[in-house]
Design a protein around this ligand. Sequence first.
Ligand SMILES: CC(C)(COP(=O)(O)OP(=O)(O)OC[C@H]1O[C@@H](n2cnc3c(N)ncnc32)[C@H](O)[C@@H]1OP(=O)(O)O)[C@@H](O)C(=O)NCCC(=O)NCCS
Length: 152
Amino acid sequence: MTATIRRLKAGESYPWSLLLLADPHREIVESYVSKGSCYVLQQEQEVIGVFVLLPTRPLTVELVNIAVAEAYQGKGYGKKLVLEAVRMARESGYKTIEVGTGNSSIPQLALYQKCGFRIIGVDLNFFQLHYPEPIMENGMVCRDMIRLQQHL
Ligand SMILES: CC(C)(COP(=O)(O)OP(=O)(O)OC[C@H]1O[C@@H](n2cnc3c(N)ncnc32)[C@H](O)[C@@H]1OP(=O)(O)O)[C@@H](O)C(=O)NCCC(=O)NCCS
């Protein structure tokens, strides 16, 4: 079975369960998701993945809210989505693509670097300042946002 990536059509509802896998705070996601372009990975009638490309500065776009449904994780779909996001950003004329993830998000840090991103900075205490409850992941407190970037 092949899964295909397509842009969400106008008026189609967002795949909230997937968007909230990447960021469980709906109000925070709602504050930016409509400003970006949402893409879904679809297998037959089922949406199994999502990502959003959010323009941030001139010629720069941020990859946000990438997620693969839990039953489909670890099968290469995440990498397919990241590489497709990079390709789409390049084809749309952007010169830089950025992504951010938590200091404790070890698989995500691996995935982004395997797809060509490099670490360019750290937003110290980002998660402690902007999220209501402490986040624990892989036995660590998620405190800082690791910023990664790729030139297109
Ligand atoms: C992050 C996520 C999208 C990845 O999707 P996935 O389909 O499980 O990922 P893939 O199967 O494509 O694997 C990703 C790559 O990371 C690698 N990887 C994962 N953990 C790793 C580790 N600890 N060390 C090294 N590589 C690792 C995998 O080996 C794979 O690379 P490869 O193809 O070269 O072997 C998915 O786990 C998810 O939806 N998580 C919840 C939401 C989330 O955290 N979103 C990101 C917010 S920043």
